[in-house]
Design a protein around this ligand. Structure first.
Ligand code: HEC
Length: 109
């Protein structure tokens, strides 16, 4: 066994600690997004984010795209029907928008 084994072991523990904490954080964030989505978004975009009629599907977008679009709606930017989305993006923090996006991408098939 090499002389620096204890140091390496220590590094692995640090690494696992950091990784564990970050995945825990992501899980929390996704749970929050799920709650918000069910309450505020599913009525139009559907539970599975496949959309319906004039409501676009979200499941095919990347997390970055979703966050970017939501930030746009929050600032009054978007497509022809941006006025429909604006109230759902306004008043949400960046963390809320990211939580929503983290959840929506889990619906991708
Ligand atoms: C009252 C119906 C309605 C609700 C509720 C709603 N949306 Fe939307 N959403 C729309 C419409 C209509 C558009 C298209 C807007 C446009 O023209 O840019 C849209 C567009 C989007 C887009 C961009 C899709 C794309 O491909 O450009 C995202 C992302 C989105 N909505 C996320 C959400 C989230 C997250 C929520 C909940 C916080 C939500 N929406 C709630 C109707 C709704």
């Amino acid at each position: 066994m090499s002389r620096d084994f204890p140091r390496r072991a220590l590094w692995s523990i640090c690494f696992l600690g950091a990784f564990g904490a970050s995945s825990l954080f992501a899980a929390d964030n996704t749970a929050k997004g799920k709650e918000l989505y069910a309450k505020e978004c599913a009525a139009c975009h559907q539970q599975n984010a496949e959309g319906q009629g004039i409501y676009p599907p979200l499941a095919s977008l990347s997390k970055e795209q979703i966050v970017q679009k939501l930030k746009g709606y929050r600032e009054g930017k978007g497509g022809d029907m941006k006025a429909v989305m604006e109230p759902y993006a306004k008043g949400k923090s960046d963390a809320d928008l990211e939580a929503l996006a983290s959840y929506i991408v889990t619906l991708k098939k």
